[in-house]
Design a protein around this ligand. Structure first.
Ligand code: GLN
Length: 289
């Protein structure tokens, strides 16, 4: 993108130039990438760009766009460049300190919402809450519920609290380690009706097969664990002790083992697939749940 003052950039010429640039840099979704960035800088809907092909870009708009295009050229996720992403009907701010919410996790939330209505006034805990997307989206759809998220990362807790405020919902966020949930925050003494978790579930040997966009920009702490099954065991133990219904997101490579693990603590444990057809969720419950 030349800064030559003679050249007048328009929406269309920018879309075309940056698409080629991203293609050259082997960025995922080249056209969509520049559409996102341009609609972010111009503060218009992405599809409205198509009604404004001839609109010239001012020098201040170009100044804001240039560093974003450069960072995208280095494969930084679009959600980091625009600062947020949609998660169901919420806007969730993200940074390098939290996982970018995934469509699978929207599905995990939908499983809970489909099984329990607002009239139940439930007490829900999300273990490893990251950006806070799970309890925030649930609280937004189930205002009578009490929703809490715990995470080990102070940076993540700051972001999740900001996200709750931004989405205008009241969710408690507390610091806790999955390995030590019996801490002084009172988490272990509450009566939880539902416990949900999407813990770090990728093993280190899987790292080499992963997209560099994820590995280079998303937090190691939220993605990887040496032995994810030990974390799931801790979560199952805690949830079964609280007598809560349990909803887990899992690595499809060992989802079966997690189903069996949960089944050793609960009366019933079932495995469900995500929209891509991969084994992804385990729901465990006792007869009264
Ligand atoms: N689903 C995420 C991914 O594939 C991983 C989420 C997690 O580790 N909890 O990148």
């Amino acid at each position: 993108m030349s800064s030559n003052s003679e050249k007048v950039w328009t929406v269309l010429s920018m879309l075309e130039w940056a698409t080629d640039y991203f293609e050259e840099k082997r960025v995922h979704n080249p056209r969509l990438s520049i559409e996102w960035l341009l609609s972010h800088v111009l503060d218009i809907n992405r599809l409205d760009l198509y009604l404004k092909f001839d609109r010239p870009l001012s020098s201040s708009e170009l100044d804001r766009l240039r560093p974003l295009v450069k960072r995208r050229g280095m494969h930084e996720p679009l959600q980091h460049l625009t600062g947020s992403t949609d998660f169901l009907d919420c806007t969730i701010h993200v940074s390098k300190d939290v996982l970018i919410p995934r469509p699978e996790t929207e599905q995990l939330v939908e499983l809970i919402l489909n099984q329990h209505s607002d009239s139940e006034s439930l007490n829900l805990l999300d273990i490893g809450s990251g950006s806070g997307c799970i309890p925030i989206a649930i609280k937004k759809s189930r205002p009578s519920w009490s929703c809490t998220g715990v995470d080990i990362s102070p940076e993540a807790l700051k972001i999740s609290s900001k996200n709750a405020e931004f989405n205008d919902v009241n969710v408690n966020f507390l610091k806790a380690d999955i390995n030590d949930l019996n801490d002084p925050e009172g988490i272990s003494t509450q009566n939880w009706d539902i416990i949900v978790s999407n813990p770090p579930y990728i093993t280190h040997p899987e790292k080499s097969e992963m997209d560099p966009q994820v590995v280079n920009f998303e937090p190691e702490l939220a993605l990887f664990h040496n032995d994810p099954l030990t974390l799931y065991r801790k979560i199952c133990e805690f949830a079964a002790h609280s007598d809560a219904k349990l909803f887990l997101e899992c690595n499809d490579k060992f989802a079966d083992e997690i189903k069996d693990l949960a089944g050793s603590f609960y009366h019933r444990s079932e495995l469900l697939k995500d929209y891509d057809g991969n084994d992804r969720f385990v729901i465990a419950q006792n007869p009264h749940n």
